[in-house]
Design a protein around this ligand. Structure first.
Ligand code: ZN
Length: 159
């Protein structure tokens, strides 16, 4: 409960009181930077596209505090219409950031592969990259934190 409260406080500070009361079992935690939170283990990770269109991944502990990169390994593959592209990543502060920008436009899939260390099992996350702003949460659609799963308003939740 403490964690949830802290998260609500942080989110409220950054985004205003946009968090919806939501009692569904699959709660979507908004990425602290405005990106998409990936439910990786043992740490959460946030996929966030910077304003310069470079992709980034940052890890968070249970209290949603950013944690430094230690042994984690990340691969980002963009499935653009022109073909699959693996982005080269570099460490910038506590994040992995792509050396190049994402392809023009949006509407393509980005696959983020996370390994906690070189020996651990890869965890894959698929994000449908859409940049239009959601009217409900004011976040880019790829990082939307609304629970639209039941209405099928979003295509990014096929598990
Ligand atoms: Zn939304």
């Amino acid at each position: 409960m403490k964690h949830i409260l802290k998260l609500i406080v942080i989110t409220t500070l950054i985004f205003g009181p946009a968090i919806a009361a939501d009692d569904h079992n699959h709660k979507i935690i908004p990425g602290p930077q405005g990106g998409k939170l990936l439910e990786s283990e043992p740490q959460h990770a946030e996929f966030f596209v910077l304003s310069n269109k470079k992709a980034s991944v940052t890890f968070y502990d249970d209290a949603m505090k950013p944690v430094a990169i230690k042994s984690q390994e990340v691969k980002i593959t963009v499935e653009a219409k022109s073909g699959k592209v693996a982005l080269e990543l570099e460490k910038v502060g506590d994040s992995f950031v792509s050396k190049t920008t994402l392809p023009e436009g949006d509407g393509y899939r980005v696959v983020i592969q996370i390994k906690n260390d070189a020996a651990s099992k890869p965890q894959n996350f698929r994000v449908d990259y859409h940049t239009e702003i959601c009217k409900e949460c004011n976040r880019a659609e790829y990082a939307c934190s609304c629970d639209h799963g039941k209405e099928g308003a979003h295509t990014g939740h096929k598990h």
